[in-house]
Design a protein around this ligand. Sequence first.
Ligand code: NAP
Length: 259
Amino acid sequence: MGLLDGKKALIFGVANDHSIAWGIARALHDQGAVVGFSSVESLLERRVRPLAESIGSTFVEPCDVQSDEQIAAVMAKWQAAHGRIDILVHALAFARKEDLEGAFVDTSREGFGLALDVSAYSLVALARAARPQFVPGSSVLTLTYYGAEKVVANYNVMGVAKAALEASVRYLAADLGPDGVRVNAISAGPVRTLAAAGIAGFKKLYGSFADTAPLRASITPEDVGKAAVYLASDLSSAVTGEIHHVDGGFNVLGVPLAD
Ligand code: NAP
């Protein structure tokens, strides 16, 4: 018997088999959830559909989250196919490459707007469009990073976007809570993915993480998937508006001891 038997999960943000969203998808599927996918069109046939098929999923729809029309189209197709959303996963972000290096003070107005729109506002847009299909017990989950809380070199505008995303989690939790819908974020430690590769100096950060984090190990999509099962399931029935760190304890450090 799985913790998510009978649950229906719609997941935004699979790019490939290294994606955090894919780690979450597998974990939800392993616990019995029916899983469907939405990603940007260019990734669908070559990357996402084969992964979806490997876990018996046929729901694979395109969506650029900057488009309200595309979001509405995905939700309408999901409604026709499944009728309700028990679990909504938002695992996507974007900023221009030039805004993920150098000085934050040089961020352009356009770059700032783009990062905030794709990486933070999209959670609000998805939650609103999904709302008619939520039921009491539904769970919304997004992905954030420590750069929202503290300055992380080169994370720059994405740190500001993640701060907006984390505040959005709290406001959405307050709005949707009376309907019995929970909204939480996982703040993941560095995971080697396509999006992470776009951040200047990520390799160095990733390389030293396991030497510093209290649990002395890198973070994997599987680690994030396991925490996602908790937040998506009845195990977290009274948990909402939270930023749950899955980072080997990195965020508790002030001045770490050198080994
Ligand atoms: P990923 O595999 O590259 O996934 C990011 C996804 O976002 C890609 O599929 C990307 O598509 C998609 N995306 C970008 N713009 C979009 C748009 N306008 N509409 C729809 N989808 C769009 O990277 P990931 O690391 O797993 O990222 C998932 C989430 O985890 C992100 O929110 C990220 O910030 C967060 N996170 C990552 C880490 C880490 O270290 N990797 C740590 C903490 C939190 P394209 O490839 O076409 O851009």
